[in-house]
Design a protein around this ligand. Structure first.
Ligand code: TF8
Length: 335
């Protein structure tokens, strides 16, 4: 990550200089630039929403400028989280899955086939459970400000149409850097490899992996149809995006600035959900014209779910049985 630091200038403050950040309280007029790192490109709804966040913040104050860096130019999800911990980056909005490497509790969101639809996701995340999870990142030198949406993940591959578990057999699938995803794909009969998102396109192009899984907008807007022929509506897991701020930098901000940023993160998150859902529908229609689409039959879903049940049991340990129960009951009461 030394390369990232050198490439991006390192320091987060600009304008009136590095010193005196702590005295910047009550809007002393110190100007600050907040850098946002996201992994997807500038066609993605997450980028649109990040630009919305910028607009909202900059409309409220002259003290803060927001710069959005897309396509993992600054860092991939996991490295960006580390930069927040070091105070060398202000904001990142990663999938929750890489956070499991810091907070095992976050593994709840990786348990396959648990959240059934977006409405339930909203209720779980916007309710007590979601708030508790946001607060939990504090122990990692992070401030969790809002839930955004990555979405339901769907499988693509370049070998064969997948309509059943037997079709998954032996496929080399890239997963996020997350043990639960790895185990789930093993349980389904695939041959999974963890990899940073930034390396994924090239890996598919070179054929070192057969496939991957991501929400429809990411699949379309990252040009995966160029390197993948088959797509199925596996909808196997819902991945939230989490809006994270560096805690050490947060503590240098005035209460007013914190308030502006918190509100903008939540409001841009609402916009993000709406746009993501529109774009997901449009993306699927477009993907059907560029790839072979296979609808997984209902009875096959039951088999997928049965196959991953031992993975849920196994990871109840690593995640924490209490938090898994809380998560599952939050889902039940949202249904
Ligand atoms: C993945 C995730 C990513 C995002 C983004 C690049 O497959 O779904 O799309 O976390 O930050 O790695």
């Amino acid at each position: 990550s030394a390369i990232f630091l050198a490439g991006c200038g390192g320091s987060n403050s600009s304008g009136s200089g590095e010193s005196g950040a702590a005295e910047g309280n009550e809007g002393s007029g110190e100007k600050r630039t907040l850098r946002v790192s996201i992994g997807v490109n500038d066609k993605h709804p997450e980028y649109e929403a990040s630009m919305k966040f910028k607009e909202l913040v900059e409309a409220e104050t002259d003290d803060l400028t927001v710069e959005v860096y897309h396509s993992g130019q600054i860092a991939d999800d996991r490295s960006a989280i580390e930069m927040l911990q070091f105070g060398t980056l202000d904001i990142t909005i990663p999938s929750t899955s890489p956070l499991v490497n810091f907070l095992p509790e976050y593994g709840v969101f990786d348990l396959p086939f648990t959240i059934p639809n977006e409405e339930v996701a909203d209720q779980v995340l916007d309710g007590e459970f979601g708030t508790k999870m946001l607060e939990m990142v504090d122990s990692q030198g992070l401030v969790g400000l809002a839930w955004w949406e990555n979405g339901f993940r769907n499988l693509t591959n370049d070998v064969r149409p997948v309509g059943s578990m037997k079709d998954v057999e032996g496929l080399k699938i890239r997963t996020m850097e997350n043990e639960i995803h790895l185990d789930a794909w093993k349980a389904l009969g695939a041959n999974p490899t963890p990899m940073a998102f930034t390396e994924l396109f090239t890996a598919m192009q070179q054929g070192t992996i057969d496939g991957q899984e991501n929400p429809y907008p990411t699949i379309l807007l990252s040009n995966y149809p160029e390197v993948q022929e088959h797509i199925s509506n596996t909808n196997h897991v819902y991945t939230p995006f989490i809006f994270l701020f560096s805690k050490s930098i947060w503590e240098e901000l005035s209460a007013d600035q914190q308030d502006i940023i918190s509100k903008a993160a939540v409001e841009a998150g609402q916009f993000n959900r709406e746009r993501t859902r529109e774009v997901a529908d449009e993306s699927l229609e477009e993907l059907k014209t560029q790839m072979t689409f296979t609808e997984v039959p209902e009875e096959e879903f039951a088999k997928f779910q049965e196959a991953v049940q031992p993975v849920i049991e196994k990871h109840k340990e690593s995640i924490g049985a209490d938090i898994v129960d809380e998560y599952l009951s939050a889902i039940e009461s949202a249904k």
